[in-house]
Design a protein around this ligand. Sequence first.
Ligand code: GAR
Length: 198
Amino acid sequence: MSAKTPKNLAVFVSGTGSNFEAMLKEHIPIKLVVADRPCKAIDRAKEVGIPTALIERKNFGTSFDRGLYTQKILEVLQTHGIDLVAMAGFMTILGDSLFTTYDGYILNTHPSLLPLFKGDHAVKDALEARAKETGCTIHIATADLDDGPILAQRSVPILPNDSIETLHERIKIEERKLYPEVLKNILVGNLVLPQTVV
Ligand code: GAR
């Protein structure tokens, strides 16, 4: 894929979808919502009339055929003419073929100040490390988990009585502002992927 301004955004979700909701609120044009399981976010997409694809990971074998799952995702993206993907709480790790085909055009949000606290327990890990602050990172996703060029970050303090839930919510308040802002900049051509950094 050559450097160009993408137009057709797909959002990948697995859960509550408060980041997706924030994108709706900011009028980010979303062409497709992809989910790996039934969830509130995909129900909400249907409610507002955005095309959806539910590709359930549980249907891809007991040992999960990641290659086949990724191939199915790619087929759906190409059927809908998608040229930009925003993962927003998507909890399935996808195979290399997606990152090769959409090299530089897959974004992710992660609830830590990467490169600190990669992985599925980022909020808990920051608490347990007794860090003074953590935050969120919007980055270009690569085949390596929670890696890839960082586009934007916001920090939040960790308070003495924080639980995983209170801290995660403080992080998500920032994510919900930052992710739509980054997407808006990309879709209007103010932020050129993959080279430019906010
Ligand atoms: C967000 O905090 C996002 O950073 C995190 O899941 C949450 C989704 O919230 N993603 C990951 O942990 C990915 N490893 P939402 O469903 O309310 O948008």
